[in-house]
Design a protein around this ligand. Structure first.
Ligand SMILES: *Cc1c(COP(=O)(O)O)cnc(C)c1O
Length: 369
């Protein structure tokens, strides 16, 4: 079945007369649980499991033909992958130019316990050069904020030849844009806070894998570390899933239209969008992605002009994060955590009408001087 159909039905339980199509959130700390607990098929305590999580996890698993484990944020999901796996003498290869908090985990929590953390840019040659003795390789593709794309099939082969595992942060693409497990990755991490939920109102994350023992280990970490998702958030996320395909349809079309319009301007020195023919990532992206995501980046020329653009645009809400129904953008260097030009804007296309959005962006750049 096609993705558009899958997302509508994913995770729905069998129909029961008089019951809602998607059961409401099951708010419970303990559940009724009598007698012996060994092998009981039901939920006993809310930190171990919850029927609302289970339905949404079934939906996420369906999208990737994998087991999905839900976490309260993308960072909780990422931490569940790297913290239990890596100890003294292990080697983590992680991006130097992608989501910044993986570098913080490395510096604050892995290096102090004797893990060799190798930070490399999101390029196959740079990653390959760092593979000797690696335990785990994390890659983010498309990367954020610079939108580089790596060839996952080739990278997975190299990582496995080096005896390591490959974890892919698939947040920008979503499983409807790219299926890293099909391309050879062992683990996928997704911040569901972004396009997957898409309404700027929920933080959640997930880890997916086709290795059931590994999935059980992620679940075990969640139970013992207590990094559990909220029931209502899980329900809201499931409620947002049926619109994922139509939301991506519009936001990806808008991203491409905005990137294309920006690329015609001589006052915009850099535009990055993997879907744009001519982008350095386009060829690899076109070979492994079915949608290119809602996020693009461009250099407005200077810090002042980037600020003036954000002030002048009416449909572009200045906010961090991405993948929501409203178009959002920010001058990425304001955080001080990314090596980007002072005028570089990370731009997340929302669901506005394409010509309105392009006109607003072009007009705001004209007014920004
Ligand atoms: C936002 C984001 C994260 C972290 O997710 P949270 O849900 O904010 O914890 C990780 N990776 C990428 C690529 C992200 O964009």
């Amino acid at each position: 079945m096609r993705d558009a159909t899958r997302v509508v039905h994913a995770g729905l339980p069998p129909a029961v007369d008089g019951e809602p199509l998607l059961p409401g959130p099951a708010f419970a700390a303990p559940f009724h649980q009598r007698g012996e607990v060994e092998g009981a098929p039901w939920h006993g305590y809310g930190r171990d499991g919850n029927p609302t999580w289970a339905l949404y996890e079934a939906a996420l698993g369906d999208l990737e033909d994998a087991s999905a484990v839900l976490f309260p944020s993308g960072m909780a999901a990422l931490a569940a992958v790297v913290l239990p796996l890596l100890g003294p003498g292990d080697v983590l290869v992680a991006p130097s130019d992608a989501y910044p908090l993986i570098r913080s985990i490395g510096r604050d929590h892995l290096e102090p316990r004797g893990v060799d953390v190798r930070l490399v840019p999101t390029r196959e040659d740079a990653i390959r050069d760092a593979l000797a003795g690696a335990t785990l390789v994390c890659v983010e593709t498309p990367s954020n904020p610079l939108l580089d794309v790596v060839d996952l099939r080739a990278l997975a082969a190299d990582v496995h030849a080096a005896g390591a595992l490959l974890a892919v942060d698939n947040t920008v693409a979503t499983p409807l844009g790219q299926r890293p497990l099909d391309l050879g990755a062992d683990i996928v991490v997704t911040s569901l806070t972004k396009s997957m939920t898409g309404h700027h109102d929920v933080l959640l994350g997930a880890v997916t894998t086709r290795d059931t023992a590994r999935a059980a280990a992620f679940r075990g970490w969640r139970t013992t570390a207590g990094t559990i998702p909220g029931t209502f958030e899980a329900w809201l996320a499931h409620r947002s899933l049926p619109t994922l395909d139509v939301r991506l349809e519009r936001s990806c079309a808008n991203a491409l239209a905005v990137a294309g319009a920006l690329a015609t301007r001589s006052d915009v020195p850099l535009v990055r969008y993997p879907g744009l023919a001519g982008d350095p990532s386009h060829a690899v992206a076109a070979a492994q992605m079915t949608r290119f995501g809602a996020v693009l980046g461009f250099d407005a020329g200077s810090e002042e002009r980037a600020r003036a653009f954000l002030d002048a645009a009416e449909l572009v809400i200045e906010a961090t994060s991405f993948g929501g129904v409203h178009t959002t953008a920010e001058r990425r260097a304001r955080w001080g955590s990314d090596a980007v030009a002072p005028g570089y804007i990370r731009f997340s296309a929302g669901l506005e009408a394409t010509d309105d959005l392009v006109a607003d962006v072009m007009g705001a750049l004209d007014r920004a001087g």
